[in-house]
Design a protein around this ligand. Structure first.
Ligand code: SME
Length: 161
């Protein structure tokens, strides 16, 4: 396993996702432990993009429970019907929130969070295993390039479930 990530010095996020994808594939390829893989994926995304908060909420005990993450401490449990994470779980699709204050029911784990993207991760049987939550301290920080790049990385993780 490579010990360092090679990240291109560009602000073009699509190019960064492109460079990151094979490195994350290699990072998780030979490891079967889910916690270890989620921890490294969160760390790789934090390192590559400098996101304010990036981590996983895992479907457990009838709710979403905090998993491996990078960033400030966060809410530990989110009901399926609450917040952006709950909306992602229920709708089973990626949700981009350009302004968290304009999203009804948004859960503010940190007042510094201004925009957010949440991506579902599916079990082989089609149920939602977890969601990836990425928060930014900038308004309107996420685009279709993030949705495509993050979804592609989540498909890699799904192979390990
Ligand atoms: N904002 C999320 C809660 C998780 S934290 O941002 C880390 C939500 O509304 O679901």
């Amino acid at each position: 396993m490579a010990e360092t990530l090679t990240i291109p010095t560009t602000t073009d996020r699509a190019a960064i996702y492109e460079a990151l994808y094979p490195q994350i594939a290699a990072l998780i390829e030979d490891e079967s432990d889910l916690t270890a893989n989620l921890a490294n994926v969160a760390a790789a995304l934090k390192e590559a993009f400098g996101f304010f908060w990036v981590g996983f909420y895992i479907t457990k005990e009838g709710q979403l429970v905090l998993g491996p993450f990078q960033g400030p401490i966060a809410c530990t449990r989110i009901p399926f019907h609450k917040g952006v994470c709950g909306a992602c779980y229920t709708r089973r699709e990626t949700i981009i929130v350009p302004d968290v204050e304009a999203f009804p029911g948004h859960i503010a784990c940190s007042s510094a969070s201004r925009s957010e993207i949440v991506v579902p991760v599916f079990h082989r049987n089609g149920t939602v295993a977890m969601v990836l939550d990425v928060d930014s301290d900038q308004l309107d920080d996420f685009s279709e390039a993030d949705a495509e790049g993050l979804e592609r990385i989540m498909r890699l993780l799904e192979r390990k479930l």
